[in-house]
Design a protein around this ligand. Sequence first.
Ligand code: C5P
Length: 396
Amino acid sequence: MDLAGKKIVLGLTGGIACYKAAELTRALIKAGASVQVVMTEAATHFITPVTMQALSGQTVYTSQWDARVGNNMAHIDLTRHADAIVLAPCSADFMAKLVQGRCDDLLSTLCLARPHALPLLVAPAMNVEMWQNPATQRNVAQLKADGIHVLGPGTGEQACGETGLGRMLEPEQLLEEIIAAFQQKVLQGKRVLVTAGPTFEPIDPVRGITNLSSGKMGYAIARAAREAGAVVTLVSGPTALTTPYGVKRIDITSARQMHEAVMATVGGNEVFIAVAAVADWHVSNASTQKIKKDQDGKTPALEFAPNPDILAEVAARHDAPYCVGFAAESERLLQHAEAKRLKKNIPLLVGNIGHQTFGRDDNELVLFDAAGHVALPRAGKQALARELIAAIAVRL
Ligand code: C5P
């Protein structure tokens, strides 16, 4: 679970987006976090403390004069064991308060009194004109300068009927932002290109040849790279997976299309991670019409031509990024993988055993570089992806 053991103080301020805080609470808890809700008086007009208490399973606080807190120090006690404060929704007024350090209710006092290393994440939610007002924009800039994470806002139709920037991010987007906030920013500002999934080489318009690959490892790596602060492009073969949050995805089908997409985008990237299971050959006599089954007892003869080796070609560029290859072997991983690394002339090759990874949610990896090899023991693919990104960052 991405937020296992994390203690989150979720602050709600007045705004119609309060209804999304209910969904966010559930998502945070599902991801392993515990959620302590604190609401301003205005927030209680949009959603009841009862709802938030039922969803979070913890007492909801709305007042600094709450007699249930023995020492009357809720504004101190609530954050001392927390891992993050998330304000969702955060109103324009509350942002102004944060900027000025005002503390005239429990939530604003709690924010001002937070330990300085405790991350504060705010998800603005307001009308487009309120968002674009120079006063709000000044406040946003100041919040960022103060080290506060501003999440979004999104753009689109608003509850007031107007359209534009100011919508609170959706709960699932906020969840991704909160998970990312806990990851080390080891690739901050770096550009990373990832290939993932299988390729599909047509035989005719309805048939083809492909490799076994769900794309899960590559997608997890793309997500981990973005969590680490990178700008990530994912060139993907056909998969059933959803695009990781904040990642730009380019869909291709065949190896030659993947080659074209990679060559068009690789310039300017600092890291290239080739996770895709690229077909080694394509059918050179592929038919533009469906090949008929009934051919007087004869079976079609397929002819093959090699596909471009995308990784080797990228590694050979004069402006080559740091190149990471993958090898899915069926046996003798140690010998095959190191040989492959040298043949492709890449600094890092990641080996895994095919039947122990295909389609699964867990995996185990062995990292080969010039210094030798190191194993990352079996774990979930997302956890391994984060370890791999950390390993790449130290080698960059
Ligand atoms: O050569 P082989 O397929 O064994 O090497 C696997 C690695 O090379 C993977 O990282 C894969 O994404 C990459 N590759 C590639 N283009 C190919 C074949 C493999 O980028 N045509």
